[in-house]
Design a protein. Structure first.
Length: 186
């Protein structure tokens, strides 16, 4: 039961995080760390995330360590400030300017070409349903900031929230974090 209460907001947030970019025109492949914070809105989803954070904090140390280890294997850490996710980007993904999308349901992703240091993007996922659009601004080939407006039905009713993200490149080696590959665009 406890894991399920933690998994629901993580699954919903993973879909929302799906569109978080880690690239620029000279985007570097490798391991990226993406810090995500829920902004305006959020309703039940924000409440579920707060509940998951409280439940993690209230667990016995051994149980908490076990759950945190399971999430860490997937490159996800829940903090008081939000969710930190590690994503692996292959050289092919970087060449296509393809964002790493979490595969919690079927996801489609579109992006406009990078103009200057900005790129607009949108996505749509199923199971749980989520869609959104946003804009990423790249400060260098190894750092960006993004704002994404997401609508999801992960909690049973439609909710809209904003996710503010900051990404930074950690290095070429992805270690145990595997890339999440999307089918090539038609």
């Amino acid at each position: 039961m406890t894991f399920r209460l933690i998994a629901l907001p993580l699954c919903a947030l993973a879909c929302a995080l799906a569109a978080q970019p880690a690239m620029a025109q000279t985007f570097k492949p490798g391991l990226w760390e993406i810090n995500n914070k829920m902004g305006g809105g959020g309703g039940q989803l924000a409440g579920a995330m707060a509940m998951a954070q409280q439940q993690l904090a209230g667990m016995e140390p051994g149980q908490r360590k076990q759950i945190e280890a399971m999430m860490a294997k997937q490159g996800v850490v829940i903090s008081n400030d939000g969710v930190v996710a590690k994503m692996c980007v292959t050289p092919e993904m970087a060449a296509r300017q393809q964002l790493p999308i979490q595969q919690h349901g079927n996801c489609s992703y579109q992006h406009a070409p990078v103009v200057g240091n900005s790129m607009s993007f949108s996505f749509s996922c199923t199971n749980p349903q989520a869609n959104g659009e946003g804009r990423a601004t790249f400060t260098s080939p190894v750092a960006y900031a993004a704002s994404t407006r997401v609508t999801t039905t992960a909690t049973g009713s439609a909710e809209t929230l904003t996710i503010e993200s900051a990404g930074r490149w950690l290095g070429v080696d992805c270690g145990a974090i595997k890339p999440v590959l999307l089918p090539a665009a038609p």
